[in-house]
Design a protein around this ligand. Structure first.
Ligand code: ATP
Length: 691
């Protein structure tokens, strides 16, 4: 009754309500019952209510509605309070339950086990049918069947690996990958046990002090019912096995995370077979036998018995594009080792980080220090600055070494030689790893870095000889697949005699063509990458490759000749500059001879500044000259040669007068012509005119 409409002001309303009005209990004053009076009183007790009432009355709205709304709100509020109270009770009960009846595992994204669980969740499409899930196309293609190469110490064996359980691609490419959403609990059963899983993303500042970008951290919490954590452990072990099985088909590349300077798995690649890296059998066999021997459990035990640090180091040196990196990745795949790649040139990298990185390596791993010379790691400076005494040295080779180092135009490394050496074989350095350092300039490496114990075997990668040329050709045209699919294997089994005979004839033909090819290409002239570069556009037609080879060779050899001439000129100029500089230096020394105090206090600095200036001069001149050379006509080149002819005798005379160094002796004898003019380490890729 309280919610009845109140007294109507207009006659129409009064007439409408008359029936009800008459039924109301009558008061002593003959007016209808007390309820309206109570309403008014109740309203009057609310501050400001009178004013609102008057306002509502003015617009013909029943003011008793306020009471109704107020009461509804009160009831709603009580319900909310009750609900909150109930929730907190449930929460407490859950906490209690979780503490005493659930087992829980907490995993952070910087640990590999995180990947195990994620792999399980995505493969089993856990909760991806819920309304909230994440989608990604970032995944690797896994071959259906993988045939991997294993080296048993004597032969390369093909071990046929089982089919991958999950094919993640279809004929259109990588399939979509569904990931359970974060900040949400997902439920699933494993071995008939209920599991609850929750991903949490922790947003972190995007940059660290080093300027490195940081990905968000993630955690996974997994609960299972029961005080016994065995189910949880079994689940995690299952995830691990699943993950490892999948990784068998791939080489996992780890690089240094620029934010927190830790290893992080950055890429996975299909295993590269050892057969695909062409090199002389002798070198390959020597290297693989050594690695296989080192990795055998017996060897490990032997090292431990002898109290020797269980480590092995290799140096791969030679021209770019000769297969140093390719062989390293193939070794990682063949011996099932994780690959950790570190570039010392990174500006964020300091001694202590390198040491920590080496300390945190897992036992069966390859660390690849690529282009170790590029880091400019130097004994005293760590920053690639030349030694003064080297610049001043009489030994041409020593000077070249230093100048080459200064001229490589790379930013100096922040890693000192002693820091690197400590990392490689310091007390805390991880054992069981294989260290592979690669360089294009072995001569510029500090001898301490490559002394036996740190580098146990060196392999030179050179230009292709007959054996390598033949192998590259056969490998490309024989049609032999490196990763054999199950389909191909089936076909292999079902081959008819006719097909087998045709294959044998084809193989014979290819081998003959390969011999012809190797005969035509001059030995030691091209890197394997250059040869591949020629063959790849003609990969479907070996005969066409042989036909077009002479024209390609002609172009390439002409280019080589030109670049050798250019190099020779550059070197002549360089030697002239050096003589001038030596002479100036000698004069400076003579001038400062009396001023011994100055020499004591500032001599070192001066020397170093001069060395730097000299290097800058040389570098500037090189750039300037190269720029000019691009524009020069043949006539200009001839002019320049004449100028050089006149310039050299002049400098020779100066040098003979002023310096008795070995180099000036050479000048005196007019012996500059015999200065070795090595071919440049790399040539620009020449356009393939014959293609
Ligand atoms: N010996 C080789 N056998 C097979 N392929 C090779 C060989 N050498 C080079 N290649 C091919 O040439 C390319 C470059 O090779 P890779 O990166 O291994 O050379 P690298 O010696 O490590 O060069 P860099 O010194 O510049 O790092 C790759 O595509 C590789 O397949």
């Amino acid at each position: 009754m309280l919610f009845m409409p109140g007294l109507a002001q207009d006659p129409a309303s009064m007439a409408l309500n008359a029936g009800l009005y008459n039924q109301m209990p009558m008061g002593a004053n003959g007016l209808p019952g007390q309820a309206p009076v109570q309403n008014d009183e109740a309203l009057a007790s609310i501050p400001g209510a009178e004013m609102v009432k008057r306002l509502l009355d003015q617009y013909g709205i029943d003011s008793s509605m306020l009471i109704t709304i107020g009461m509804l709100l009160t009831i709603f509020n009580s319900f909310t309070g009750l609900y909150t109270f109930f929730l907190s009770l449930v929460y407490q009960a859950m906490n209690f339950f979780a503490a005493y009846f659930l087992s829980k595992a907490h995993i952070r994204s910087n640990d590999e086990s995180f990947d195990y669980v994620m792999e399980y969740l995505t493969r089993n499409e856990i909760s991806t049918d819920s309304r909230l899930f994440h989608v990604s196309t970032q995944q690797d293609t896994i071959p259906r069947k993988h045939k991997a190469m294993f080296y048993d110490g004597a032969t390369f064996q093909n071990i046929n690996r089982p089919d991958s359980e999950f094919v993640q691609t279809d004929e259109y490419g990588p399939k979509l990958k569904f990931i359970p959403a974060s900040a949400k609990k997902h439920y699933f059963f494993f071995e008939r046990t209920l599991f609850i899983i929750e991903r949490t993303i922790e947003h972190t500042p995007t940059h660290n002090n080093n300027g490195g970008a940081r990905p968000d951290d993630e955690t996974i919490d997994i609960w299972t019912v029961g005080r016994d954590p065995q189910a949880l452990r079994r689940f995690l072990s299952h995830c691990r096995v699943l993950f490892m099985k999948q990784q068998q088909y791939k080489t996992v590349l780890h690089t240094c995370d620029t934010y927190d300077m830790r290893w992080s798995a950055s890429q996975t690649r299909p295993i590269r077979s050892l057969d695909s890296v062409v090199m002389t059998f002798k070198d390959k066999n020597r290297l693989l036998t050594d690695i296989a021997e080192y990795l055998s459990p017996k060897t490990k035990a032997w090292y431990q018995e002898q109290g020797l640090p269980y480590r092995r180091g290799y140096l791969f040196y030679g021209l770019p594009g000769t297969g140093k990196t390719s062989l390293t990745t193939a070794i990682a795949g063949a011996f099932n080792l994780k690959l950790f790649i570190l570039s010392l040139g990174s500006q964020n990298l300091h001694d202590n980080y390198v040491q920590e990185l080496f300390m945190s390596l897992p036992p069966r791993a390859i660390v690849l220090l690529e282009d170790v010379d590029s880091a400019n790691v130097d004994r005293d400076y760590g920053y690639g600055m030349p030694h003064d005494e080297d610049i001043d040295s009489d030994d041409d080779e020593e000077v070249d070494k230093v100048l080459n180092r200064g001229q490589n135009n790379r930013r100096p490394s922040n890693v000192s030689l002693s820091g690197l050496l400590n990392a490689i074989d310091g007390v805390g350095s991880a054992e069981g790893r294989v260290l592979i350092m690669t360089t294009n300039r072995r001569e510029s490496l500090d001898s301490a870095l490559i002394r036996p114990g740190r580098v146990d075997m060196e392999i030179e990668f050179g230009r292709a000889n007959k054996e390598v040329l033949e192998q590259i050709f056969i490998q490309l045209y024989s049609g032999k697949k490196q990763n054999v699919s199950s389909l191909a294997l089936e076909k292999e089994i079902k081959k008819t005699e006719k097909e087998i005979a045709a294959e044998a004839t084809h193989k014979q033909e290819i081998e003959e063509l390969a011999r012809e090819f190797a005969e035509m290409v001059p030995e030691g002239t091209f890197t394997p990458a250059e040869v591949q570069n020629f063959l790849l556009p003609r990969k479907r037609d070996p005969k066409l490759a042989i036909e077009e080879l002479p024209a390609w060779l002609q172009t390439q050899l002409d280019n080589i000749k030109k670049s050798e001439e250019k190099e020779k000129k550059k070197r002549t100029k360089f030697l002239q500059r050096r003589q001038k500089w030596l002479k100036q230096r000698k004069q400076m020394k003579m001038l400062s001879h009396d001023d011994s105090d100055d020499e004591d206090h500032f001599g070192d600095k001066k020397k170093r500044r001069k060395s730097r200036e000299f290097l800058e001069d040389i570098a500037e001149e090189g750039e300037h000259k190269e720029g000019e050379e691009g524009e020069k006509s043949e006539g200009d080149e001839n002019k320049e040669e004449k100028m050089e002819d006149t310039l050299i005798p002049e400098i020779k005379t100066e040098t003979v007068d002023g310096d008795d160094s070995k180099s000036s002796k050479k000048s005196e004898e007019g012996d500059w012509s015999d200065v070795e003019t090595s071919r440049p380490a790399s040539r620009p890729n020449e356009p393939d005119t014959s293609a």
